[in-house]
Write a protein that binds this ligand. Structure first.
Ligand code: HEC
Length: 261
């Protein structure tokens, strides 16, 4: 059993124990018993965080994944379980038996859909890049035909300056002149862990091809750029992220030392 599955088991046992205690203790309030819903709330939160982390690649920060997982049935129910359990633990007047019943049902349902929400995303579904952008995991297997080719990145520089820089900024920091007018903040490319990780070339090629499908977000470039041009620009993005400098990057290194604009 995985750690989140153990936590789910613990959480359901705690809630069932709490319900049984209340039913058989003749309704007398007891300070010690508040510990049970409190622990169940903790188990629910811990499980949610672990599932959220499992739902994406190890390079995407939890803060980006969490909104996606919270938006799923599993995430919503887990949060509800934690909130109601904390309320029951701290507000003495909340009636224990009905809230324990509600919590048990919510926790059981959320456990049974956890597989769809997070685990499915981890194994076959989508890779969350941001709250508004996810990429099919299959994109991770697309091979970069110009990997480690400085000439490709160098061609990509011109394409970047023509098509991408207005939003993503000269140095890829996400602060181009057009960024302020967008509804979604352009991604920063100054994140070597994310952009240089194995397999991410394919994911970024996919993003450049299809965009995020949102108004005021990342446009789709398929149709405007050829596949070769899209690979070139992906390779240049890797240079901006802190990869090898291109063969003829000359006087304006795109990485660390250059100033925006
Ligand atoms: C109109 C503004 C705009 C232009 C032009 C633009 N982008 Fe984007 N781009 C965005 C926004 C906004 C996002 C964040 C999308 C999201 O999170 O939903 C983004 C995200 C990305 C990402 C995903 C980064 C990640 O988190 O993994 C890549 C890669 C990318 N853009 C590459 C490019 C390239 C290459 C070009 C030029 C061919 C380009 N973009 C042009 C706005 C733009």
């Amino acid at each position: 059993m995985t750690l989140p599955a153990w936590l789910r088991f613990l959480e359901l046992s705690l809630l069932a124990g709490w319900l049984a205690w209340r039913l058989y203790s003749g309704g007398r309030a007891n300070h010690a018993e508040a510990a049970l819903p409190f622990l169940a709330a903790g188990a629910s939160i811990a499980q949610l965080l672990l599932e959220a982390q499992a739902a994406t690649d190890p390079f995407t920060p939890l803060t980006q994944v969490l909104p996606v997982v919270l938006g799923s049935v599993y995430g919503g129910l887990s949060l509800a379980v934690a909130a109601v359990a904390l309320a029951a633990a701290f507000a003495g007047r909340v009636r224990a038996v009905p809230s324990a019943c509600v919590l048990l049902v919510c926790a059981a349902v959320s456990s049974s859909v956890a597989a769809d929400a997070a685990s499915a995303a981890a194994s076959s579904g989508e890779l969350a890049m941001s709250p508004t952008l996810s990429v099919p995991r299959s994109a991770l297997t697309i091979q970069n035909p110009y990997a480690n080719d400085p000439a490709s990145a160098e061609r990509g520089r011109a394409i970047y300056q023509q098509y991408c820089q207005t939003c993503h900024g000269l140095n890829g920091d996400g602060n181009g002149p057009a960024a302020a007018g967008l509804r979604i903040r352009p991604a920063t490319f100054r994140n070597p862990q994310h952009f240089l990780a194995p397999g991410m070339d394919g994911a970024h090629f996919w993003v450049v091809q299809y965009g995020d499908g949102r108004q005021g977000g990342m446009p789709a470039w398929q149709g405007t750029l050829t596949d070769a041009q899209m690979w070139d620009v992906v390779n240049y993005v890797k240079v901006l992220a802190g990869g090898r400098p291109t063969a003829s990057s000359g006087s304006s290194p795109p990485g660390g030392s250059a100033r925006p604009q």
